[in-house]
Design a binder for this molecule. Sequence first.
Ligand SMILES: NC(=O)c1ccc[n+]([C@@H]2O[C@H](COP(=O)([O-])OP(=O)(O)OC[C@H]3O[C@@H](n4cnc5c(N)ncnc54)[C@H](O)[C@@H]3O)[C@@H](O)[C@H]2O)c1
Length: 257
Amino acid sequence: MGRLDDKVAVITGGSGEIGLAAARQFVDEGAKVMLVDIDEDALKSAAEDIGENAAYHVADVSDPEETEAYIKATVDQFGGLDILLANAGIEGETGTIAETPIENFDKVISVNVRGVWLSIRYAMPEMQKRGGGSIVISSSVAGVTGTAGLSPYVTSKHAVIGTMRCAALEGAPHNIRCNTINPGPVESRMMDSLETQFAGGDAEAASQVKEGFEQQVPLGRYAYPEEVADLMLFLASDESKYITGTTNLIEGGFTIS
Ligand SMILES: NC(=O)c1ccc[n+]([C@@H]2O[C@H](COP(=O)([O-])OP(=O)(O)OC[C@H]3O[C@@H](n4cnc5c(N)ncnc54)[C@H](O)[C@@H]3O)[C@@H](O)[C@H]2O)c1
């Protein structure tokens, strides 16, 4: 018996590294999964790779009509919705607050905050029809700590913790839970991008930036996407049925060092 038998999940950022790792695990545990992303080519190959229990829908998560459409497509295809993994996110550009172009701030907030809020807005009524559900939001250690030079991203990851708390309170009477996951650095394209940006584009300096981050992790290394997906699976499943309104660090001890 699978841990997500008979469950239907939407995963935004579904062709990204963490989203895809979660999608594989969800399907392995019996779920039907709708992958949502803005990157059509990557989505198509991700869905084909996973097989018949995955479908995909191209959407910009910051767009209300496209959000309504991907939720509707999920219900039309799989008969309902039980799990939302609000995971699409962008890192934006590094730089101090004084240097950051305002468009960069707006773009990051639009995808990382508005996108999460919109997904919940359209998903919750469908979960209510099923008698409950689980919403898991990809926040970050950047949601509970500051980082100089990364203010739009840090702001966005703090903001969705507020969204999570509201959704948990509003969802509780309907048996809808909502939690965030808060990873530290993960072996991924996103961390490669941040290391390169912090290093000013210099590859050698980027590897030193990475070493610096690793030294801040008591367990001495970045996480792997599959380890983050393990936590997403737990929070999506009924094993966590009494857990709501929580932030869940998965960061090798990053925030205690
Ligand atoms: N990688 C890390 O170290 C790390 C650490 C903590 C938190 N996170 C968070 O985890 C989530 C997943 O990160 P990842 O490492 O898999 O990154 P990723 O870049 O591999 O995946 C993110 C996905 O979101 C998609 N996306 C971007 N803008 C979109 C939009 N407007 N509409 C729809 N899709 C859009 C991208 O195409 C991409 O496939 C993000 O929210 C990220 O902030 C990542």
